[in-house]
Design a protein around this ligand. Structure first.
Ligand SMILES: Nc1ncnc2c1ncn2[C@@H]1O[C@H](COP(=O)(O)OP(=O)(O)OP(=O)(O)O)[C@@H](O)[C@H]1O
Ligand SMILES: [Mg+2]
Length: 498
């Protein structure tokens, strides 16, 4: 273990890092910061939630000359929400040094961004489309950039983004330092990456598995028509603090969010067809716990760091293993624990095996809960909430009424009635979910060997089919004897940076 104080970091940055509560550097941080401070080009690969943002952010901030009015650092991120999040983290790390960080992304008033640009930011964090827009309008001058970062590098160098990235890179000096980070880096993409770098050093935090070990991984076999009831029951049994449900398409996400709402869950959807204001307000509600189920396309799969996400449900199995890794990586971050459940139709079992081969981790089969198990789950939730209320111990105003009830009834009946009232009984209101075709099982591309293609580059709804072979095998079934919840509680202050 390396302490931040043992790394080549100046006191003014150390001060901010300490205030953020970081003491020990994670392996990707101790592995890349010294090299990066020396100016090396780096490809950094480490599991989700292990602090890659600070790994590239700290050395970038170190090099900033705050007296200069020039943009010296550029970070490109695949989604707007991620650009905002990364700029917030860098702002925090650079706050004592007084580094100015600006995020620019689509869906936000460009004139406002142009005005902000006039305040001479030192670092720009942006999405490719909007960065190009500024470059074309000549409102963004990158000729003094010394450090360039592609966060989620494999995604950024994916076919859908590469032209934009190339155009942006043309405006950045060749002498710059280039840093690429991601949890996944398939071979073909790494090759593309090397074209943009000079003599890059690869730092990859080697672990047995590609996913973090504190995420328990399950798969649930279900026919398309059964999936929604299975999801409702799992939510009842597992009682997530915060959950993300990933769907394959925007329509899917809309329908799922609506259906969950109908069944009484506090759920909302997020995808690329929503206005930016809506996307941000949904995410804010989720971070604040005002909704506890976020239904999302892959727009939320990469990089987003939301504390308190205990469960991830892949309502539709992702089409490629990398997407799986990033999706489930929204839980189990910074050492916390989490659970991931992937729904798979019988015809999609080979996709599951490809995912397992890539991640080098077997998923445990989870039997769909029965309706009585779902009810039991909700009853236990009611008991927990009663206990919590007792612990808080501000019941004085209710005790007179309680005594009245106890005089007229048996204590047992009173408590049972309270529990029944508190229990949200499983709801089977019919809902409409348009069936999706299973992923094709005919073509076997062998995970990651086909070219990367994206139909909808902004929102990550991938086209193409990159399945590989493999046959279905039986996994053990896990019984529901207790509520399945990871051992952590949500910290009282959640990340709500807007
Ligand atoms: N050294 C550290 N000690 C404690 N917490 C840290 C440390 N470094 C980063 N963190 C926190 O860990 C969380 C995850 O970090 P970050 O988002 O950078 O992960 P990541 O590796 O980029 O994940 P992903 O692959 O999903 O993008 C953040 O909340 C961050 O503030
Ligand atoms: Mg990240």
């Amino acid at each position: 273990m390396t302490l931040f104080s043992e790394l080549p970091i100046s006191p003014v940055i150390l001060k901010s890092i300490k205030r953020m509560g970081f003491e020990e550097a994670t392996p990707i941080q101790s592995g890349t910061i010294p090299l990066s401070v020396e100016g090396r080009d780096i490809i950094g690969q480490a599991q989700t939630g292990t602090g890659k943002t600070a790994a590239f952010g700290i050395p970038m901030l170190e090099k900033i000359d705050v007296k200069s009015p020039n943009i010296q650092g550029l970070i490109i991120a695949p989604t707007r929400e991620l650009a905002i999040q990364v700029s917030e983290e860098l702002y925090k790390i650079g706050s004592d040094k007084r580094v100015r960080v600006l995020s620019v992304y689509g869906g936000q008033d460009i004139q406002r961004q142009i005005r902000a640009m006039k305040k001479n930011p030192h670092i720009i964090v942006g999405t490719p489309g909007r960065l190009l827009d500024h470059i074309n309008r000549r409102t963004l001058k990158l000729e003094n950039v010394q450090t360039l970062v592609l966060d989620e590098a494999d995604e950024m160098l994916n076919m859908g983004f590469i032209d934009d990235i190339e155009s942006i890179l043309k405006t950045v000096p060749d002498t710059r330092q280039t840093l690429l980070f991601s949890a996944t880096m398939p071979g073909p993409i790494r090759k593309i990456a090397e074209r943009f770098m000079s003599n890059p050093e690869t730092v990859s935090v080697k672990t047995k598995e590609m996913t973090v070990e504190n995420i328990e991984q399950f798969f649930v076999k279900a026919h398309e028509r059964e999936k929604f009831d299975v999801l409702s029951r799992l939510l009842n049994v597992q009682s997530p603090e915060l959950a993300i449900v990933f769907g394959r398409t925007k329509r899917r996400v809309d329908e799922l969010a609506r259906a969950l709402e109908i069944r009484g869950y506090m759920a909302e959807g997020i995808h690329g067809d929503l206005t930016q204001a809506k996307r941000m307000s949904v995410l804010k509600k989720f971070k604040e716990g005002r909704i506890d189920v976020l239904v999302a396309t892959d727009v939320a799969a990469r990089g987003l760091d939301i504390s308190g996400v205990t469960h991830v449900y892949n309502y539709d199995i992702p089409q490629d293993p990398e997407s799986y890794v990033h999706r489930i990586g929204r839980t189990g971050r910074a050492g916390r624990t989490g659970m991931a459940m992937t729904f798979v139709t019988p015809r999609e079992m080979n996709y599951l095996r490809v995912v397992e081969q890539t991640t080098k981790k077997k998923m445990t089969q989870l039997r769909p809960p029965s309706s009585s198990e779902a009810l039991e789950g909700m009853q236990r939730t009611a008991v927990d909430s009663l206990k919590e209320t007792i612990e808080k111990n501000n019941l004085e105003e209710y005790k007179v009424l309680a005594r009245e009830l106890m005089n007229e009834n048996e204590a047992l009946d009173v408590i049972a009635a309270a529990l029944k009232t508190l229990t949200k009984e499983p709801d089977s209101t019919p809902v409409e979910i348009t069936p999706e075709k299973p992923l094709s099982s005919k073509k076997h591309g062998g995970g990651g060997s086909k070219p990367y293609r994206k139909d909808d580059k902004k929102y990550g709804n991938r086209g193409g089919n990159r399945s590989g072979g493999g046959t279905a095998s039986k996994g053990g079934s896990k019984p529901y004897n207790s509520r399945q919840r990871p051992a952590t509680r949500r910290p009282s202050s959640s990340r709500t940076e807007g």
